[in-house]
Design a protein around this ligand. Structure first.
Ligand SMILES: Cc1cc2nc3c(=O)[nH]c(=O)nc-3n(C[C@H](O)[C@H](O)[C@H](O)COP(=O)(O)O)c2cc1C
Length: 359
């Protein structure tokens, strides 16, 4: 190996390990929500200095074999960013430079809302997990639309966007459908697929909308709106990992009845089984390592019992390439990361894509 190769391999190693060795220990000293905002600024700043190309070189894996065709869309690779990180569509371009094949924005609600009081985001370091009770803090759907206008509609620079939609806290469940319609109509021209979120544990009573009748009504109403369009957009349902097998069988029936395009499994859990961290009893939804097994079980159950009747996006506790491959083996067509991205950094995206290629 000549000196130049050794040098570039060395700098590559430093840059790819920089997050876990240098940056993460520092970031994890501070309040998680403050760090979230700081990281946004840091990512923005590095891009404003022209480091976008460097990120692309370091983390993107370009290979035709990674492409996935699903519900009429071509995903450049199957590793996406899960909802909740870029709620307000502020960083989709920069995050795609880090190697994600698609970015899910939201959950957005019709009107801007502040979410729950702080502190509302907790790191469970010993468990490689997060508890959050953000409560759909977001700038409202119109603000997201304004930002998404910067995304080219087609071509190489188009970032594939999922629009994750929900209801405002003050909206009663009996009127919830209107909130979903408002978000659906506003985002229609600016996202590639929709996600109906009825599974967050942090909006009071939201998960009651997962019951068979209200959920069928909600999805059917959105489908009716969708079918009025010249070209419909894929609609997916995001479900909680805490559903019973009976409820999961209901979900399979509802997907078939309403003919929606797929399911995202799963959102955060209200379970606290087997946790070690001192702050494990904080209220909210748990994500990360403790969710890995249950989310995979849900994916496998849906895939097997439906005889793979619809696409599944697998999410929950993916912290390594092995975790990602397990989700894909269980029946997921695409996968998404959130907590694993926080703990492992952008190199995880590359590791997963490379593992998929060498499988
Ligand atoms: C801080 C935080 C905020 C989240 N916000 C949302 C949200 O607004 N909408 C949503 O559908 N899921 C949200 N999620 C759930 C994630 O999208 C994902 O389904 C869940 O965290 C499991 O994946 P993970 O273990 O990789 O984090 C959030 C998760 C976290 C940690």
């Amino acid at each position: 190996m000549n000196k130049k190769t050794t040098l570039s391999l060395g700098s590559f190693f430093i840059l790819t390990s920089m997050y876990k060795i240098l940056l993460r220990p520092l970031l994890f000293l501070f309040d998680p929500e403050a760090v979230h905002h700081f990281t946004f600024k840091l990512i923005r700043f590095t891009h404003s200095l022209g480091f976008g190309g460097l990120f692309r070189n370091l983390y993107q894996v370009k290979n035709k074999s990674l492409e996935r065709q699903l519900f009429g869309l071509t995903f450049p690779n199957p590793v996406g960013l899960a909802a909740g990180f870029d709620k307000n569509a502020m960083l989709f371009k920069e995050l795609s430079n880090m190697g994600f094949g698609f970015i899910e924005i939201g959950t957005v609600t019709p009107k801007a809302q502040p979410g729950n009081d702080q502190p509302r985001l907790f790191r469970l370091k010993e468990d490689a997990a997060i508890i959050n009770r953000m409560g759909f803090n977001n700038g409202g759907v119109e603000e997201a639309v304004e930002r998404l206008k910067a995304n080219p509609k087609t071509g190489k620079k188009h970032v594939l966007i999922g629009g994750n939609i929900g209801k405002n806290k003050i909206t009663l469940n009996e009127n919830a459908v209107n909130d979903y319609i408002i978000c659906f109509e506003a985002l229609f021209d600016y996202v590639d697929y929709f996600v109906v979120n009825v599974s967050s544990p942090n909006t009071p009573n939201l998960r009651a909308l997962q019951e068979k009748q209200p959920l069928t009504d909600l999805l059917q109403t959105l489908q009716d709106k969708n079918n009025l369009r010249e070209k419909r957009k894929p609609i997916l349902l995001k479900i909680a990992p805490d559903l019973t097998n009976e409820q999961l069988l209901d979900i399979i029936d509802i997907v078939s009845e309403t003919k929606i395009d797929g399911v995202i499994a799963t959102n955060t859990t209200i379970s606290r089984d087997g946790l070690k961290s001192d702050n494990k009893d904080e209220m909210g939804g748990l994500s990360g390592r403790p969710l890995t097994k249950r989310a995979t079980e849900v994916i496998r159950f849906l895939a097997e019992k439906s005889h793979k009747a619809f696409p599944i996006i697998g999410v929950g506790g993916i912290h390594s390439a092995k975790d990602a491959l397990e989700k894909l083996d269980a029946g997921a067509d695409l996968i998404q990361l959130y907590t694993g991205f926080i703990y492992e950094g952008p190199k995880l995206i590359k590791d997963i894509n490379q593992a998929i290629l060498t499988k």
